[in-house]
Design a protein around this ligand. Sequence first.
Ligand code: 6PG
Length: 478
Amino acid sequence: MAYIKNKMTDNNSKQYKLGMIGLGTMGRNLLLNMADKGFSVTGYDKDHKMISKLEEEGKNHNLKGFNDIKDFISSIATPRTLVLLVPAGPIVDSVIAELKPLLTKGDIIIDSGNSHFTDTNRRVDELEKDGLHFFGMGISGGEEGARFGPSMMPGGDKQAYNVVKDILNAIAAKVNNDPCVTYIGPGASGHFVKMVHNGIEYAIMELIAEVYGILKNGLGYSNDDIYKVFKKWNEGRLQSFLMEITTEIFVFKDGDTGMDLLDQIKDEARSKGTGKWTSEVSMELQLPIPTINEAVSNRDLSKFKQLRVSLEEGFGKKDTKIDITIEELEDAFYFSMISAYAQGMHLLVQASKEYQYDLKLQEIAKIWRGGCIIRAKFLEDIYQAYEKNNSLEHLFADEGVQNIIKGTLNGTRKTVSACINAGLGIPAFASTLTYFDTLTTGRMPSNLIQAQRDFFGAHTFERIDQEGVFHADWNKLS
Ligand code: 6PG
């Protein structure tokens, strides 16, 4: 048994308040964060190296690390609170199977990984039979967030949430003294909301990448020039965590070559899948989120490197120089970013109805203002919009947001059309604008689709002037 020599345990008891399973980067840092806030906590990992790391980094803290699961479990006060921070997927099930015989009724397991919400639903049901509480909690903010204040999205059994509420409030990031954590709702709602957070994250990252492409290939800017543009933008309405880190990337030098590291990185993006899940669910719920979808697809398209190179040869390299101003590009980015958040929020509205999550969108916007990867100045506007009207169907329906959007449309149209004319690929920008144009169109050409379906398949159609469903004898020549 390896363990850390702890200075003291909780109120002279040998029982720890909470146990963390998985002492990788996220688990270890979250545990250290809890210990910082005065909680007596313990951690378990199969890997001795992880215990040593915790021992080293937490030597001045009231915490303990185990690599014997039985000793670990018996060191925690009952009913036990266990937090899992292990890779999503089958590992979560195997850890639960290992834990189950050691647990007693009333114990709580909190899965803090990026688990698929349907897995969380299944696990809640399975563990309920044994009298165990299981709830899913999305955590955002990466290593830094886990250590010094993440944004957390716990959902599931409210009673179980109340047991850990104080710890979560203490370790969360704070915005205007408000902790970036709230009870999200029943069932797997915590993991669902985290998944949508990641979908928005994908969309904003893609938009930023397209801005980079426009500045570089459309306007001929160097990395240093782009750094200056981003730095300036990040001081204004576009301020966000993703802008902040991206700004730094443009001037980061490669230790080996002394060149800009960005230029040495392959243009093939990877992903762990949460963005794809968001797109899949949106199809399931029939709730369009095109900016997020394009972000997912474009990561996938980027992987076809050889095909792209050979097709560039086949069709000829394009002259992608465009003539737009930086202000117009800034408008286009602001508009598209707003739309990405709006689509994510719209999906949450639909999921809340479909899965009876009873989501409070103002609360979700509130806890995304700090700690998480998509934190941004604009989240304050989103929060205010839902605070004013918590049954707002779509963010575009808020008057304040409408006024902002109206001010960005000229620049957006100029940017998107210039890129399209020059053959500069901007899938997220283009689909975002056309989503807006469609959503703000009272009568779409979809009547024709109804007519076509009825023509070839007698699927019937509805009329604008009469109730009921109708079928026409389309083959009859007029
Ligand atoms: C967060 C992030 C995090 C996510 C990574 C990687 O909120 O801290 O969303 O949970 O796992 O960003 O995601 P991809 O590998 O899918 O890009």
